[in-house]
Design a protein around this ligand. Structure first.
Ligand code: HEM
Length: 133
């Protein structure tokens, strides 16, 4: 398995654990109120699970299994850029409720996530081809 896939899939599993933990805390807090500020974890819960876990798992597995050019996997720099941007985006959006200017962090995070999708699409596009082609 290539190094990027290892990093992305391990990171995805960590996000899964954290995302479920935050979800469980929020759920608990709904039934037996612990602290009203726990609701601030909702954006982290959502982004950790939708992008940190699901999308990152897709990115890691796709980088690994898409057709190669002999041994090369297209332009790996674009895929690493997508990995970095996705993670920066997830953390910016998740930290937004704790920041003095949440709107800026939210916007920056969403832009980073969009840029990650574009970078990964640019990486993967030439690899979408019949096997052996
Ligand atoms: C891959 C799994 C999951 C995904 C993608 C996910 C995604 C989401 C999303 C998008 C919301 C916002 C819903 C809305 O605002 O209408 C949400 C809310 C919530 N999630 Fe999850 N979730 C997942 C798993 C879990 C788990 C395992 C738990 C609990 C153990 C949990 C607990 C909650 C709670 C308590 C809320 C707030 C509900 C409310 O607004 O009253 N989630 N989740």
């Amino acid at each position: 398995m290539p190094r990027l896939a290892v990093w992305a899939i391990r990171a995805a599993l960590l996000y899964l654990a954290l995302g479920f933990t935050f979800g469980a805390l929020i759920l608990w807090n709904k039934g037996l109120p612990l602290h009203p500020q726990l609701w601030r974890l909702l954006p982290a819960h959502i982004d950790f699970l939708l992008f940190g876990w699901t999308m990152q798992l897709v990115l890691g597995v796709a980088y690994w299994i898409l057709p190669r050019f002999q041994t090369r996997r297209g332009n790996p720099l674009l895929a690493w850029l997508a990995f970095a941007l996705l993670n920066v985006g997830v953390w910016l959006v998740s930290m937004a409720p704790f920041a003095p200017a949440p709107g800026f962090l939210n916007l920056g995070g969403r832009l980073a996530e969009c840029a990650a999708a574009l970078a990964f699409a640019a990486h993967a596009w030439p690899r979408i081809k019949p096997a052996g082609g």
